[in-house]
Design a protein around this ligand. Structure first.
Ligand code: NAP
Ligand code: MG
Length: 401
């Protein structure tokens, strides 16, 4: 069979530890035999980030802006332990943080639904997609540990020097304070990305904050969403037969638990961080989540939602067998290849991505899976495969489709 040709390269961002091992296996077993794979390769492995003073991360984000579609392997976010382990020059920032900031994106995460891996919430029949705002709030905070009595104020100095002050608290004793911010520009991009993704995937959009308590901060999010919806999306949503609605975050949580699924839930940065872990765990596993960063200018970066699976990597280094789930990384590749195919009018590439997704799901439904899934499946007599044999089993299924 002739290999599928590509016209535009994908931006390929390699990563670290166990996921780097899976990355290579996926390419060799599932992609290269079928596609004349064109990628612009960036090595975001920690060693190379350190060698290039993290310039490689910036370059990979620039390339993503240029070509429009990237696929990213999980990467280490350095901490104190990694400084010694990798002998780092600096505690480099999270690559995901750098890339999100450069693309000004919103992260959409959805579970991969497989028969035999049932969600803990019995009424969830369809996936719930979580849209997480990826800029600001507590992730760009300034904090002070208050040592004792004193006055804390919030001060804004305008460009012309005028000051606006609000009393935060008159401390009589030790305590803590925190300053956070967001920008109307970033919130607007977040809103556009959510509305656009809802239209692309024909799903209702829910948005929730705590605007009853945060009457200016959270209320600003609510107002910006509503203004943009009214101006640009109301007619389009009606034509597509989908709905946008805003509610309080507590109400949203209660409704999500009673819902059937099949909608997008937009969350502020912190809510999205916490709720996406809750939703993915309830659907089964972080290794069964797709994750895509969508920029307001229509640039896409696909990745797995989980980390580099360090514990398994150390086992692998000791020569022990691992059973690491590659599904989310495979879906990152197929998501990127499908989007590339759509943008280039390359039907062969789109069909390939669909077929590989199907083969992956079918392999699990046929009872062949990694250990993490075997522990939670309702299927009987399953075969637990190691990391490599699971990928080989997917290839066998792919050949039969
Ligand atoms: P992790 O890599 O997601 O792994 C945490 C645990 O979850 C694993 O030990 C494993 O549990 C289970 N797990 C996760 N993915 C799995 C998979 N594909 N198959 C089977 N089990 C899986 O998180 P972490 O250990 O906290 O972080 C490791 C490194 O990843 C850190 O350096 C962190 O900075 C980085 N990280 C990167 C990203 C990203 O690039 N997107 C995201 C998060 C974390 P068992 O050990 O019980 O089997
Ligand atoms: Mg989290």
């Amino acid at each position: 069979m002739a290999k599928i040709q590509m016209t535009t390269p994908l931006v390929e961002m390699d990563g670290d530890e166990m996921t780097r091992i899976l990355w290579k296996m996926i390419k060799e077993e599932l992609l290269l035999p079928y596609i004349d794979l064109k990628t612009e390769y960036y090595d975001l492995g920690l060693e190379h980030r350190n060698e290039t003073n993290d310039q490689v991360t910036v370059d990979s984000a620039e390339a993503t802006k240029k070509y429009g579609v990237a696929v990213k392997c999980a990467t280490i976010t350095p901490n104190a332990a990694r400084m010694t382990e990798y002998n780092l020059k600096e505690m480099w920032k999270s690559p995901n943080g750098t890339i999100r900031a450069m693309l000004d994106g919103t992260v959409f995460r959805a579970p991969i639904i497989v028969k035999g891996i049932e969600p803990c919430v019995r009424n969830w029949e369809k996936p719930i997609t979580l849209a997480r705002h990826a800029y600001g709030d507590v992730y760009k905070n300034t904090e002070i540990k208050v040592p004792g009595a004193g006055k804390a104020e919030l001060v804004f100095t305008a460009a012309d020097g005028t000051e606006t002050r609000e009393l935060i608290h008159n401390f009589t004793d030790a305590g803590i304070i925190q300053g956070i911010h967001n920008t109307d520009k970033s919130i607007s991009s977040f809103a556009h990305a959510c509305f656009q993704y809802a239209l692309d995937t024909k799903q209702d959009l829910w948005f929730a904050t705590k605007d009853t308590i945060s009457k200016k901060y959270d209320h600003n999010f609510k107002d910006i969403f509503q203004e943009i919806y009214d101006a640009d999306y109301d007619a389009k949503f009606k034509a597509a037969g989908i709905e946008y609605f805003y509610t309080l975050i507590d109400d949203a949580v209660a409704r999500v638990m009673k819902a059937k699924g099949g909608f997008i839930w937009a969350c502020k940065n912190y809510d999205g961080d916490v709720m996406s872990d809750m939703v993915s765990s309830a659907f089964g596993s972080l290794a069964m989540m797709t994750s895509v960063l969508v920029s307001p200018t229509g640039v896409y970066e696909y990745e797995a939602a989980h980390g580099t699976v360090q514990r398994h990597y150390y086992k692998h280094l000791k020569g022990e067998e691992t059973s690491t789930n590659s599904v989310a990384t495979i879906f990152a590749w197929t998501g990127a290849l499908r989007k590339r195919g759509e943008l280039d009018g390359n039907a062969g590439l789109v069909q390939f991505a669909d077929r590989l997704d199907k083969a992956t799901v079918k392999t699990i439904e046929d009872g062949k899976m990694t250990k993490d899934l075997a522990l939670i499946t309702s299927l009987k007599d399953v075969t637990v495969l190691n990391s490599e044999n699971f990928i080989k089993a997917i290839r066998e299924t792919f050949e039969t489709l």
